[in-house]
Design a protein around this ligand. Structure first.
Ligand SMILES: Nc1ncnc2c1ncn2[C@@H]1O[C@H](COP(=O)(O)OP(=O)(O)OP(=O)(O)O)[C@@H](O)[C@H]1O
Ligand SMILES: [Mg+2]
Length: 272
């Protein structure tokens, strides 16, 4: 009876598990992402963010658990999943020898789209790269390259986009440019799942934020829901609300043995 559950979420993940040898990276990850929203998966280096994104984009198989993307099961509907998504990986996929415009045309041709030149010009304009479009990508700044990378991933109008650490290594100005791009995507109705280690990035962009820690999602909520996890702010000279950084550090806390993440017995197998 429950098998026909209505597909409201763009992304639905249940009990996802993945180990590399003896290292349990994902130990039962659950979350959902509403259509047209921005969802941030936050976690330290090695938390398993890229692993999760690779599983959801069908590049990697999970050991256990299920996930559906745009209503398609990643295990049995991989081709449909791929049609629904685009992935901008952690490391820019831009071809340095080609110009920005040629990079875009290449992707449009690979996707068998009509009028690749027009598609390229439209995206160059949208991402403020028209002037740079005829230059080799090797001459681009990090921010321009990231914008081109995101533009390339939008060819074919995917309804769901995965951005793995979209602003790592960018200067503050370039980060803000990328943030603007991501906000515009969501305004157009694209569902965005982004991973980040930057708390301010999640705070700035995300409708919902989930923290991945020791293989599980230890909190998942809106920024204001997360803020309520800490005691109310103290009044000193000015009222100070806990920042997302405070929340993150309190939950993840260095060397903390807190049991927010659940079962401590499971750590035996993961001992370093
Ligand atoms: N192919 C692999 N073989 C063995 N171990 C791996 C492999 N890929 C990832 N790992 C390990 O899995 C863990 C999670 O890696 P992952 O790349 O998913 O983390 P991440 O959260 O994306 O980190 P970062 O913020 O550094 O990008 C790490 O301990 C990593 O060393
Ligand atoms: Mg990563």
């Amino acid at each position: 009876m429950s098998s026909g559950s209505i597909v409201a979420a763009a992304i639905r993940v249940r009990g996802l598990e993945k180990s590399y040898g003896k290292v349990d990276v994902l130990r039962g990850v659950d979350f959902e992402v509403a259509r047209g929203s921005i969802f941030a998966l936050l976690g330290s280096n090695g938390a398993g963010k890229t692993t999760a994104v690779r599983i959801l984009s069908t590049l990697l198989k999970s050991d256990a658990g299920t996930a559906s993307i745009n209503g398609f099961d990643i295990a049995v509907g991989a081709a449909d999943v791929r049609e629904s998504i685009s992935l901008t990986g952690q490391f820019a996929a831009v071809d340095e020898i080609l110009t920005g415009r040629e990079n875009l045309i290449l992707v449009a041709k690979l996707r068998h789209l009509k009028a690749p030149g027009m598609i390229a010009d439209g995206l160059l304009a949208r991402f403020a790269l028209t002037e740079a479009g005829s230059r080799r990508a090797s001459t681009y700044s990090g921010g321009m390259r990231r914008r081109l990378d995101i533009a390339m991933s939008l060819i074919g109008d995917p309804s769901i986009i995965f951005l793995d650490e979209p602003t790592t290594g960018l200067d503050p100005e370039a980060r803000i440019e990328v943030w603007q791009t991501v906000k515009e995507l969501a305004q157009r109705g694209t569902t965005v799942l982004l991973t980040t280690q930057y708390l301010d990035e999640a705070e700035e962009l995300a409708d919902r934020i989930a923290i991945l820690h020791k293989g599980r999602i230890i909190v998942n909520g809106t920024l204001s829901e997360l803020k309520q996890l800490l005691p109310p702010s103290k009044v000193e000279y000015v009222e100070k609300q806990p920042s997302l950084e405070d929340i993150f550090l309190a939950l993840v806390g260095e060397g903390s043995n807190n049991d927010t993440g659940g079962d401590d017995r499971a750590t035996d197998s993961g001992k370093k």
